[in-house]
Ligand binder design. Sequence first.
Ligand code: AHM
Ligand code: MG
Length: 337
Amino acid sequence: MKVKTLGQFIIEKQSDFPYAKGELSRLLRDIGIAAKIVNREVSKAGLVEILGETGETNVQGEKVKKLDVFANEQFIAAFKAGGEVCAIASEENDDIIPIDTEISKNAKYVVAMDPLDGSSNIDVNVSVGTIFSIYRRTSLSGPGTILDFMQRGTEQVAAGYIIYGSSCMLVYTTGKGVNGFTLDPSIGEFCLSHPNMRTPQNGNVYSINEGNYLHFPDGVKKYIKYCQEEDKATNRPFSSRYIGSGVADIHRNLITGGVYIYPTTTKSPKGKLRLLYECNPLAYILEQAGGKASNGAKRIMELDINELHQRTPLFIGSSQMVDKALEFMAKYKTEEV
Ligand code: AHM
Ligand code: MG
């Protein structure tokens, strides 16, 4: 079988953008390289105990970093070294990181990212992920500004995620479908394993933190009960699957069909997940794969953004399942979402 690496695929796809000079291709390649480095560390995470605790000095005399801090630093370093990005927004940093280097003088893009999503799973050998979203800058020159990030999800140029799971996968879109690459550790390359990914229109998995049930809006409570009812025609009851790593839950549902919901709760009245670097990129991927993403009333990618770390409820996955959940939201509407 002929293997196609991420690098080869990106070069091949460059012709989809006849006026592009290859900057986006280079940026995607840089993300692939940083992902491999982060994957190497994630796969050694269990050894931290014997190599040295986080914050302590390991046997090589290096400080052991928390993995999310490490991932953040790796991606920032890759973007700075690549020269295609004039500012970065990260879940790990309160403010944007403007880039003002000689090589980034003509940088056209800004990147928003969650360097290591699924923080509760980092220390317990359960899949975690990186999410990224790329926009064309709106400022004219110099280092990027916060306004460069205040764009709707519909303006994304590319978006994707990396899942550090039983294998490491990179999944991305540039608006022409979704492609998935699996890291072959024996050659150290991401290889095209899931060309043109499509999500089933329907599925039988629902993913939600049901522990918060009492604090959900009525529409979500009723939808959960709907998922649990017996009905042969619609294959119910559905299965409940919740890893607690958004990337892993949404990736599984993308492949098998399903819906992931993180609604408002009394504790998080605006939802928990972040619009800029979690919901918008995942929404772009799911829409490109034939699915849907909503905040319970509106399309995620059309939401206005006015804060870097803005939160939103999220309903994402197979289109018919998202539609059904939204039907319940509309029917039992008790509060603004
Ligand atoms: P994080 O960015 O702090 O890791 O939070 C995002 C994560 C998602 O990956 C996951 O789906 C969700 O939060 C889990 O939250 P909860 O533990 O409240 O169910
Ligand atoms: Mg996160």
